[in-house]
Every structure is written in structure tokens, then in C-alpha cells.
Design a protein. Structure first.
Length: 229
């Protein structure tokens, strides 16, 4: 049994669905922890629905047990790095065996520090105070179906990174623009694609038409004009 699979078995605090998906990914990963599973095949392997697989993958990324190395395209699945975050020493005998075996190496998760966007910030005296609301951050959280006040630290960091990338691409972006492009996301992306702040930032330009704004649904008068003309 390889070190990554050992580490996956030692992870605590997961749902049954998350655990079986993480273990299956660890079993399929190469020596560097990389794997690129198709969601349909993964669902068949784990006896789950594709929707359950999508939710589990999203949760495992947020909890730091998976990292997206290369997002999915129209023709290829996403590439993930499996890096199970280990529990505290002593909480898992199996994991402790891995740590004491010099021939096995655990791959620790790489955490990218995001722009400050947690629910609170500290002032000069160290007293924590509520952060100033960021409308773009809040709009991205709402697009994911999350409440900004209930986000985990890792999820808030991911949304903060996405907000920074979107502002870099569109400095004058507004919450309404985020809402419009989020609504347009499922029209331009493959069926079943999961909408996250990261995914919206990655495909920000593709969620607009060539004129630079999301396409509005064609009205009845316009459809009639095109049919006649």
C-alpha cells in the first residue's frame, strides 16, 4: 500500500462519500499524487451519482485534501494532486506507521495564501473586528450557493483569490456583472460542470459573448424577425 493511500485512510472528519472518493483517488494516483479521473468512471467505481462525486470533489478541495493542478476542459477531465492532510500525531496508528517508515513519504498539501477576505481582521492592537464587506467577494460566494458569514477559512481564501483574478481581468467589475456571468456559466460550459468562484474566474472571459457582455435570452419578436428575414 503506498504512502498516499495510507494517508487517505488516516484522514478523519470526512463524510462516508468524501472518504470513499478520497481513497479511490489515492489508489489511482501516481508517485507524485497526480490523477485525472473522469467523473462518470469515478461515480461507477464508488457506486455514487455524478452529482455526489462533484460535491465530494469540491469539498475535498476546500478541506485541503485535493488540489486542482489542471482544470477540466471540454475533452479532458481535471488533474488533481492527492495530498491528504494528516491528523494530529497519535490519532491514527496507521498513519504513524507511515511516518516512522523511512521508505515512505507523505505529500503535505500546498496552501496558497489568498488576499485577506476572512470574516474578521485584527486592528493594530490585535483586537479582531468585522472586515469591511466586499461586494464582489459576497457575489461570488452567493454564486456558489454559500453564505459569506458561514464560509470556512479555506473556502474564503479560495473565493478571495477568485475575486482578485476577476478584478485583474475586469477592474470595473460589479456584483451584477458577477451574477450575470454566473448565470451564463452553465450555458457555455459542459453539462454537469460545477460552478465555483474558482471556475468562474478561470472561465470569466468565456461567460461573455464577443461584445463583452453576457448574451440575453432571445425575445419572441427577435426570433420572429430572424425566422422571417
Amino acid at each position: 500500500m503506498n504512502a498516499i493511500l495510507n494517508a487517505a485512510w488516516g484522514v478523519r472528519g470526512l463524510s462516508g462519500t468524501e472518504k470513499v472518493v478520497l481513497v479511490r483517488l489515492a489508489d489511482r494516483a501516481d508517485g507524485d499524487g497526480l490523477c485525472f479521473p473522469g467523473q462518470t468512471g469515478l461515480a461507477a467505481d464508488c457506486c455514487l451519482t455524478v452529482r455526489a462525486i462533484q460535491n465530494a470533489l469540491k469539498s475535498l478541495v476546500e478541506k485541503g485534501h485535493l488540489a486542482i493542478v489542471k482544470p477540466a476542459t471540454f475533452s479532458t477531465p481535471a488533474t488533481y494532486r492527492v495530498a491528504p492532510a494528516p491528523p494530529e500525531p497519535g490519532s491514527s496508528p496507521l498513519l504513524n506507521d507511515v511516518r516512522t517508515n523511512p521508505q515512505l513519504t507523505l505529500i503535505e498539501p500546498t496552501i496558497t495564501k489568498a488576499p485577506a477576505s476572512p470574516a474578521h481582521a485584527a486592528d493594530s492592537k490585535g483586537t479582531r473586528k468585522p472586515r469591511e464587506r466586499d461586494p464582489i467577494f459576497d457575489a461570488l460566494a452567493a454564486a456558489e450557493g454559500s453564505s459569506p458569514a458561514e464560509l470556512t477559512k479555506r473556502a474564503a481564501q479560495a473565493i478571495g483569490v477568485a475575486a482578485a483574478e476577476i478584478r485583474k481581468a475586469t477592474p470595473t467589475v460589479t456584483p451584477d456583472e458577477v451574477d450575470r456571468r454566473a448565470a451564463n456559466y452553465h450555458r457555455v460550459m459542459p453539462k454537469g460542470a460545477t460552478l465555483t468562484a474558482y471556475a468562474l474566474a478561470k472561465h470569466w472571459a468565456h461567460c461573455c459573448d464577443s461584445a463583452g457582455s453576457p448574451k440575453a435570452p432571445m425575445g419572441h419578436a427577435e426570433r420572429l424577425r430572424r425566422a422571417i428575414g
